[in-house]
Design a protein around this ligand. Structure first.
Ligand code: T46
Length: 136
């Protein structure tokens, strides 16, 4: 997969005097079937999370609170995305190397995932990631 498959997705907001509500629904405003949800929080400012790629997993990253950066790399090019709005999620396809950093204090990253958790889906070594791209 190339970086061009990764993109920001607008999340609808229903806002009235009672507050706001946003939703995600499989294949409606998210391009995969939702199988898992997790969230990342209490991340110290200097920490880098991720540092791996996924063979099959597709994910949507949403900054529910605060902001952070994600660097995506498809083996040919890389780009840093700043996530700072809970009505915009970053869709990341499979076979993209990712690093998350610059978490603001008290930030929360919600992640919507297309697969259940599987250790076998992770590629932890960047050289191995690049080699797997050559094979596909
Ligand atoms: C990703 C980045 C951005 C589980 O048991 N189930 C789960 O669904 C997940 C996501 C994690 N875990 C366990 C595995 C580890 O022992 O939670 C621990 C921490 O996970 P990890 O070191 O993989 O965390 P990150 O932030 O480096 O990576 C996570 C996701 O794993 C990964 O898919 O894309 O966030």
């Amino acid at each position: 997969m190339s970086l061009s498959s990764c993109k920001f997705i607008n999340i609808p907001i229903f806002k009235d005097k009672r507050g706001s509500l946003s939703f995600l629904q499989s294949f409606q405003n998210i391009p995969f079937n939702i199988q898992r949800i997790y969230y990342i929080y209490d991340v110290p400012e200097s920490v880098i999370r991720g540092n791996h790629a996924h063979k099959n997993l597709e994910q949507l990253f949403i900054p529910i609170k605060g902001c952070f950066d994600i660097k995506l790399d498809d083996g040919s090019e890389s780009m840093i995305y700043h996530l700072d709005s809970n009505d915009k999620g970053l869709y990341v396809s499979s076979m993209i190397w990712r690093q998350m950093f610059n978490f603001s204090k008290n930030s929360i990253c919600l992640v919507i995932a297309s697969e259940i958790y599987s250790e076998d889906d992770y590629i932890w070594d960047y050289e191995e990631f690049v080699r797997s791209l050559d094979k596909s």
